[in-house]
Design a protein around this ligand. Structure first.
Ligand code: GP9
Ligand code: MN
Length: 626
């Protein structure tokens, strides 16, 4: 080949843009996996990029410079989205989750807090190219390369290599989605996800039907090792029958700030007091999926597993769920929910009817006063909810009200005038410090709300449940300084077990007065059956995947979004698979140490996968709403 041909090729769009994109993907793999294996990146990723670049070379004609620039921009934006999503969720975004990124509008403050200057490297050369273009020093020649002997063979080769990669990894199930993308290739992984569809490898064929739900429940109990206890024999069954139910979901509240003191000052003085005459479960597993806050709302009302890879509020929004609101409505309760964000966020305008909640108060209802971060403060939310509750109380109607917090959302920027907690110097300016100040604010406003309930005469005749929706300090999204600070607070290394612990407080005057802290491992799925037991709802005709934890001590709970599919808690361990069971890790719940020999837990691993399968299958059989 003549030298001029080589020069022509090396300065062509095809070569330069392909090279730029492969460099970017190497950089991306480094950011995501800490990997610097260039050969592996070339083997796994290059062919997919080449398909795009050779196709443009073949068909773009005079639009070639613009088309290449556009391709470069699209891929660069996609790579940035992958990095940001990983920082936020600890997962590799899949194409269908990408479509949900419209949701980012509401949490844009959180997202921008995660951008690091180094990410601009994804766009650096595009800026340089534009400048060079402006000063007429554009280095890329607008040649037509030989189609027959160069571009077409390259395209063919790229398609063959991509196909081989695709086939080689098609049936390979890797639980950890980050590892899956690393081993299969990021673009290949996305192609496989498109091929498998939104349900992925868990696509379900089932003979379960709503009619045989009693059999299904029998199977669920047997998988979890639970005995059926008749209502009359259940402890606390109906102890709070007919009372109002007030459920407060606190945004991003983890367990560790509760009871915590910094320089002798309690972070949550009011929760600490409340716990003295409450049933308190500090070891409650976060089981939310990609729908975050809305998944927690879903779980507490249904005791079903949220769907694995999509927000349940999107996937099953058209159904009518057997739920706590529906049950209570049957008992003559009014049911309502309060949340100061826009109703369209997380598709709640569909989720609430799916859950059978009658009245929802959102957005405009709360006005524009005292906006903090995403919306009006939780102080405003509680104050505006009170007259609604008062009205039911005056009419002597029992009510179920769910109040969904917002103020303690990442990045925890609480305006000065609301900050009461004084941080020790070493916490100042840190995310951990700001988080604790936010939680302290929630502790205060919830206490004010409870005091108000007392004044209104509502308190005595109510059950109050308080819990956190999910973590606030996501290990992968926080800086080393914060990991160190939380580690110092915990007295042990801040790790997954701690990150996924949310508190669950059950307070019922006259019933929980003795106060008890239950150290057993429970999960968010258990909240609904436990509340239902107090209210005297037997749930015998329902399919639930949690259990009443005042009557059952056995534990088998899964999580599959923030942890790889197949992860579970039992009474002793938190298990996290990698590719599968064999290469997974078992953590002792008490010492948090790694247990080297965990073969004895294999059965629980299989069972939890089966439970999640049954939950998905059951949800599919639920009737579509009118
Ligand atoms: C938005 C709020 C926050 O309405 O619930 O959502 P999150 O980001 O925690 O899911
Ligand atoms: Mn949330």
């Amino acid at each position: 080949m003549k030298k001029e041909h080589i020069t022509k090729f090396l300065t062509s769009h095809l070569f330069i843009v392909t090279a730029i994109l492969i460099l970017k993907i190497i950089f991306l793999r480094y950011l995501l996996f800490g990997e610097a294996d260039i050969t592996r990146a070339l083997v796994l990723e290059l062919s997919y990029i080449l398909i795009f670049t050779t196709l443009i070379e073949l068909i773009a004609g005079k639009w070639k410079p613009g088309a290449f620039l556009l391709l470069n921009l699209i891929f660069s934006t996609l790579f940035l989205a992958v990095v940001m999503y990983h920082a936020f969720f600890g997962r590799i975004v899949t194409y269908f989750a990408l479509f949900q990124l419209g949701q980012v509008g509401t949490i844009n403050e959180s997202v921008s807090a995660l951008i690091k200057p180094i990410y601009f490297l994804f766009f650096a050369e595009i800026v340089v190219l534009i400048i060079l273009l402006l000063v007429r020093k554009y280095p890329i020649g607008n040649y037509s390369l030989n189609k027959k002997f160069l571009v077409l063979p390259l395209l063919l080769l790229a398609v063959i290599v991509s196909f081989v990669n695709f086939q080689a990894h098609k049936d390979e199930a890797i639980s950890n989605n980050v590892l899956a993308a690393q081993e299969k290739g990021i673009l290949n992984y996305e192609a496989l996800e498109i091929y498998l569809g939104p349900e992925g490898q868990t696509a379900i064929e089932t003979d379960i039907s709503v009619e045989n739900s009693a059999e299904l429940m029998e199977e669920v109990r047997s998988l979890k090792g639970l005995e059926y206890i008749p209502p009359k024999e259940r402890k606390f069954f109906g102890a709070a029958e007919g009372r109002n139910l007030i459920v407060i979901q606190v945004e991003s509240m983890q367990s560790f700030p509760i009871g915590l003191e910094l320089d002798g000052k309690e972070v949550t003085p009011n929760f600490n007091k409340l716990i003295e005459d409450s049933f308190y479960f500090p070891n409650t597993a976060q089981q939310t999926g990609p729908g975050n806050t809305s998944d927690a709302e879903f779980i507490v009302n249904t005791s079903l597993y949220p769907t694995a890879f999509n927000p349940t509020s999107q996937t099953f929004a058209d159904r009518a769920f057997p739920s706590l609101p529906r049950l209570l409505k049957g008992e003559g309760y009014t049911t309502s929910t309060f949340h100061a964000d826009d109703i369209s966020f997380w598709n709640r305008n569909e989720l609430y009817p799916a859950l059978g909640i009658e009245k929802y108060y959102y957005g405009e209802f709360f006005g524009n006063e005292d906006v903090i971060g995403i919306g009006p403060s939780d102080e405003v939310m509680f104050n505006k909810a009170m007259p609604v509750l008062r009205e039911s109380h005056m009419k002597n109607e029992p009510f179920y009200a769910q109040l969904i917090g917002l103020t303690s959302h990442h990045p925890f920027h609480l305006p000065k005038e609301h900050q009461e907690y004084e941080l020790p110097e070493e916490f100042e300016g840190s995310l951990t410090g700001e988080y604790l100040v936010s939680i302290n604010y929630m502790d205060r406003v919830i206490n004010d709300f409870i005091e108000q309930l007392k004044k209104e005469g509502i308190y005595e005749n109510s059950v109050i449940a308080i819990y956190g929706d999910h973590f606030g300090l996501q290990q992968s999204a926080i800086e080393q300084r914060d990991v160190d600070l939380v580690t110092e607070l915990l007295g042990n290394e801040y790790q997954t077990i701690d990150r996924l612990k949310v508190p669950f407080i059950l307070h019922a005057p006259g019933i929980t007065d003795e106060g008890e802290t239950f150290e057993q491992q429970i999960g968010q799925l258990d909240m609904m059956p436990t509340i239902a037991n107090l209210l005297g709802l037997p749930l015998d005709d329902m399919v639930i995947f949690g259990q009443d934890v005042l009557n059952h001590q056995e534990t088998l709970l899964g999580a599959r979004y923030y942890l790889p599919v197949g992860s579970f808690w039992n009474e002793e361990i938190l298990f996290i698979p990698e590719k599968g069971f064999e290469d997974g890790t078992a953590y002792d719940l008490e010492t948090e140490e790694v247990i080297p020999d965990f073969e004895q837990y294999r059965e629980d691993y299989d069972r939890v996968l089966h439970l999640e399968y049954l939950s998905d299958a059951y949800m599919k059989t639920l009737p579509v709403r009118d």
